[in-house]
Design a binder for this molecule. Structure first.
Ligand SMILES: *[C@@H]1O[C@H](CO)[C@@H](O)[C@H](O)[C@H]1NC(C)=O
Ligand SMILES: *[C@@H]1O[C@H](CO)[C@@H](O)[C@H](O)[C@H]1NC(C)=O
Ligand SMILES: *[C@@H]1O[C@H](CO)[C@@H](O)[C@H](O)[C@H]1NC(C)=O
Length: 303
């Protein structure tokens, strides 16, 4: 019994509500809540109102990004849409969208006296082609070392994914899947564009380039050559010995020169000691600073 009483009460309430709304029965809808379009194409931000008293109604559009921008207000388009959009019925037709148009737009229907009636949101996504990515390929890497090649661009939307090529052949995600790359030690992160060789070998020598791609387009960087060279331990030790020997000879010559008083007339005695110490420090330091490239270079004189 209590149930029936409750039901009749609710039904009464419902009738009351329906009556008060009757004058303005209607809805605000859209036939495309999530349009996805390519940059520089056209799009319709659809808004459909079914309220009958059309002359009493006002449609407003707002763009909800960081703040809220008025797009259509007081029967006029606003902001940068003025030149490239049209208002039709309650919808907005944009004839040349740009990436900056990506946003949620809200169509609001207002009764001139009674105020706010309802709204609908349209989430516009503008897709952008990738631009040519920036690629970094090391010019020369010693055998057995790690090498990291990077590739990225930040214009594409949705964000690009990346593929790498060597001498025009695509590098498979798993090197083992292609006999050409079987013995290579690389890993590719297709989301960041990083190609990483943990242990590089002479098989990895080649021209490398990368392609950035999303569902709108693709773009590539120019191929760059990566060289891999042997480190010849004997040559390095030989090179180091020659350098040390040369430095020792120079030091001895300078010391002898001091002793014989070649510089005596130019500076007071305190000055010589200081500069002679400074020279020593420099020679000692110049050894570890030399990198492998230098050793390699010098080794050609040794052999
Ligand atoms: C669309 O706008 C871009 C700049 O925002 C312009 O370069 C391009 O020419 C326009 N395209 C058309 C078809 O109006
Ligand atoms: C709009 O759509 C995009 C995907 O196209 C989605 O990532 C985003 O979260 C949506 N925004 C809102 C506010 O619904
Ligand atoms: C890979 O290495 C194996 C032995 O380590 C060798 O037999 C094979 O020829 C190599 N493959 C390539 C493509 O160099």
């Amino acid at each position: 019994m209590a149930g029936v009483r409750w039901a009749s009460k609710f039904f009464g309430l419902f009738l009351l509500l329906a009556e008060s709304c009757q004058i303005l029965a209607g809805s605000v809808t859209t036939n495309n809540p999530n349009p996805v379009v390519n940059e520089f194409s056209e799009v319709l931000l659809s808004c459909i109102t079914t309220y009958d008293q059309n002359d009493e109604l006002r449609v407003e559009w707002k763009k909800l990004n960081a703040g809220t921008d008025l797009v259509y207000f007081e029967n006029e388009l606003r902001g940068d849409l003025i030149d490239r959009a049209k208002f039709r019925e309650s919808s907005i037709y944009i004839n040349n969208v740009t990436r900056k148009d990506t946003a949620v737009y809200r169509c609001e229907v207002v009764h001139k006296e009674k105020g706010y009636l309802g709204d609908v949101s349209v989430n516009l996504t503008v897709q952008v082609k990738p631009i040519a990515p920036k690629c970094a390929v090391p010019k020369s890497v010693p055998v057995g070392k790690t090498a990291i090649l990077t590739c990225n661009e930040h214009e594409g939307y949705p964000p690009s994914t990346y593929t790498w090529y060597r001498n025009g052949d695509i590098l498979p995600g798993d090197p083992k899947s292609n006999p050409k790359f079987l013995n290579s030690s690389y890993k590719i992160d297709s989301n960041t564009g990083t190609l990483r060789f943990t242990v590089i070998s002479k098989l990895d020598i080649g021209e490398y380039h990368c392609v950035a791609e999303n569902n709108v387009g693709h773009a590539k960087c120019e191929p760059q050559h990566m060289e891999v060279y042997d480190i010849n331990i004997a040559a390095i030790i030989g090179g180091v010995l020659v350098v040390v020997l040369v430095l020792m000879i120079i030091t001895i010559v300078i010391r002898l020169a001091y002793k014989r008083g070649y510089f005596a007339k130019k500076q007071p005695p305190k000055g010589y000691q200081a500069s002679s110490k400074a020279d020593d420090v420099d020679y000692v330091r110049s050894n570890p600073v030399d990198d492998e490239g230098d050793f390699r270079h010098k080794s050609s004189f040794v052999i």
